[in-house]
Ligand binder design. Structure first.
Ligand code: 9L3
Ligand code: MG
Length: 150
């Protein structure tokens, strides 16, 4: 009965409390400001170094995805952000599943800085196509383009 009531929520809840042997969830963040998104250039692993991503990382056991977004961007960019919803669908990656979240800077946040990346850059819709994105993130670019507008 419970399974029926919870439906698809069950997997998400199980994941959140760490009981499922499900795929590892990695959050990627589309941090948007004034029609631009923050792209970050990876330094590791060697296969991904130099390629651009939406910053983020693994969700910890018991941590919400929104909290993981805020923690990862504080660690990687020194920025204070608030997650504001999913963008696109789950994307399979070697490490598990990648989920893209939209986010905005909190008022008073420091400007995002490349603390763990080679560089960061604000790009508009037209600029998205000019970067060498990691494969996983490439799939969300059409949705991101629509959010940024022209
Ligand atoms: N990954 C792919 N696209 C992204 C992010 C944030 C992460 N936008 C992949 C790269 C790694 C794994 O997920 O294989 C974990 O990410 P991280 O902790 O190395 O950033
Ligand atoms: Mg990361």
């Amino acid at each position: 009965l419970l399974r029926g009531v919870l439906g698809a929520r069950a997997a998400e809840l199980a994941e959140r409390v760490g009981v499922a042997a499900g795929a590892r969830i990695v959050v990627a963040t589309a941090l948007v400001r004034d029609g631009r998104v923050l792209a970050a250039q990876r330094t590791r692993p060697a296969a991904l170094a130099g390629r651009w991503e939406l910053p983020g990382g693994s969700v910890e056991t018991g941590e919400s995805e929104d909290a993981a977004v805020a923690r990862e961007l504080r660690e990687e960019l020194g920025a204070d952000v608030v997650a504001c919803g999913r963008l696109g669908t789950d994307l399979p990656i070697d490490a598990g599943l990648l989920r893209v979240h939209l986010a905005r800077l909190r008022p008073g946040s420091a400007e995002p800085a490349a603390l763990e990346h080679a560089a960061v850059r604000w790009v508009d819709a037209a600029g998205l196509a000019t970067l060498d994105w990691v494969d996983a993130d490439r799939a969300v670019l059409p949705d991101l383009c629509a959010v940024l507008g022209t």
